[in-house]
Each structure stands twice: as C-alpha cells, then as structure tokens.
Design a protein around this ligand. Sequence first.
Ligand code: CP3
Length: 314
Amino acid sequence: MQNDLFLRALKCEKVERPPIWVMRQAGRYLPEYRALRGQHSFQELVHTPELAARVTHLPIDLLGFDASILFSDILVVGEVFGYEMHFDDKGMQLLPPTKEVRLPVEQVLHYVPQTIRLLKKTLPVPLIGFCGGPYTVCRYMQQVNAKWLEKVTEATITYLKLQVEAGVDALQIFDSWAGLLPKEEFYSLALPYLQRLVEALKFCGVPIILFCRGASRYIAELAALEPAAIGFDWEMEMAEIRRLVPAHIAVQGNLDPAYLGGPLPALQKAADHLLDSMQGTSGYIFNLGHGILPSASVENVRALVRRVQTAQTR
Ligand code: CP3
C-alpha cells in the first residue's frame, strides 16, 4: 500500500487534502463492470475470489480513488443461516432455507478472506472490509426480532474478525436502514447491536466507520459508540455535522449521489461547496451520502476525483 491518506484522515491527523472514495464504487456505472456482469452473475462475481478481486480493483485502476472497498455484499452473512442471495430485475432478496441451520462462518464465507488476501498483494490503497448492521440484514431476512438480531450479530462479529485477520485496513458497518427508524425502535432494534459490533472489534486495531442513512438524527448516540468515523447522508450540511461530532471522530460523506448523473457544472458547484465548507477541519473523508447510482456518468466521477485530489488545505 502506498497511499495512506485515508487511514491518516480516519485518525483525524492533519492531511494535505481530503481522501476520496465512494460507496458502491465498483458497480454498474462502470462499463467494465457491466461487461463482467455480461459473463457472470452477481453471485458468481461475489463468490469467486479472483473475480471479486478484479472487480474491487476496477475503480482504483480506472479512477484512482484513495481507498478501495471489498467487492461483496452485506447479505452474504445470511449464508451462515442457509439463506441465499437472489438477485434479478426485481431487486435483491434473501431466500430462506427449508429448515433452520447455523453453519460455521469460516467455512461458509471462506471466499471473503481469500479475496482479501489476493487484494492485499496488489492494491496501492487501503482496503475497507465491511458488513451490514444487524438490523438492516435482519430486515432483508424478514426476521426483525431479538432472536435473529442476536444470531446475526454473533455471526457478523466472527465474520469481521476473519476479514481483519485476512488483512483489511478498515471496516465499515452499513446499517443503511437504521437511522430512518423512529427513536424507540432505533434504540431497541439497531443501536444495541451496533454497540456490540463496535465493542467486539475495538481491540482488533482496525478503524471502524459506522454508516446509517439518517445518521445526523442520531449523532450523539452513534458518537457514544466511539467508532473511528461516522458516515452521513445529505440531510444535514457537513460543516454543521463536523461541529456536532466530537473532534476525535472522523466524518465521511455527504454529496448527494444524484449530482453524478446530472450536468457537470452543478456537480462541481456542489463539490466545491462541500470542500470549501470543510477547509481547515481535520478528520474529513470525501464520499457520497449513499451508494453511487448506476446512472452516474464516469466522466463526472473522474472530474469529481480530480477536483478533490487537487483541493488544497489552506
Ligand atoms: O461499495 C462497493 O462497491 C462494495 C460492494 C457492495 C455492494 N453492496 C455490491 C453490490 C457493498 C458495500 C454493498 C452494500 C449493500 N448491499 C447494502 C448497504 C449499502 C446501501 O446501499 O444501502 C445493501 C442494503 C445491500 C443489499 C443489496 N445488494 C441490494 C438491495 C441490491 C440490489 C439493489 C442495488 O442497489 O443494486 C444489491 C446488489 C448489489 N450489491 C450490486 C452491487 C454492485 C448490484 C449488482 C449488479 O447489478 O451487478
């Protein structure tokens, strides 16, 4: 790894400029990804280490992001319980097994550490491993109840430890649906399980990023878990967020992904506003507020990366 800007920003160290990566950066907006999908199903790409590693590399090699994220899916953890990802034009579903099973995590998800080991030999930037928040995963399993939240939390902890052992440099927890829950449910269905994940991984020496849509509604609660960073959508201005999040916790986000599918001047204006508003602050990682859309223009993404990478901290 040559470029450690992302890891330094995660530690809230003073950096020359903010690092940039985007959620879902290896995906359908890239013609090279669509070409691979013409030859292989999504499941095949995820389950074959050589292919998953190739897809992870695409946005780094083509666009030069400062961090890479493992190509996989938050729903693979369902395989531990015999659930299977089913992805077609109707979207993503997790199909349940005919009877309840609990398989060994390291056996079922062996292809993930294998992919990570391949990537660590070749990537020029840090590698982010990830998982889903238990609430979000259980929602796709249609099992939002204490019994399943417990089971998924426990399997996820083992799964994250496998990723750390294989060499990931950071972890992001995607609890995409959690922040949109009403307060009572956020406290009972999401927060305690996020806390368990963060606490179990705290001593692994790998920084943890917590991402929820609607995270700005729960800044105090998420900051109290002491992650290295929190990822935000575009509900609140980033500079305001930076003021509210304790200074030792980094912040990540929060450009509206829709700009990448629109006219370039509007994208540049929005990116400049965000960069200007974060000038002189520490612990800022440039990202979108949610995953990049398949309709994003590659030229716009290229222009955005260039803009952020030529930004100077004054
Ligand atoms: O960020 C990355 O590039 C890494 C890979 C990654 C994928 N999914 C690949 C993917 C990551 C980190 C995810 C996370 C994920 N997966 C989340 C949390 C983040 C979020 O977007 O809220 C969720 C909820 C899922 C579940 C999932 N996977 C859904 C609902 C779908 C179908 C809808 C959609 O957005 O495409 C997927 C499919 C999926 N996961 C694709 C990719 C590249 C598209 C597959 C294809 O069309 O080839």
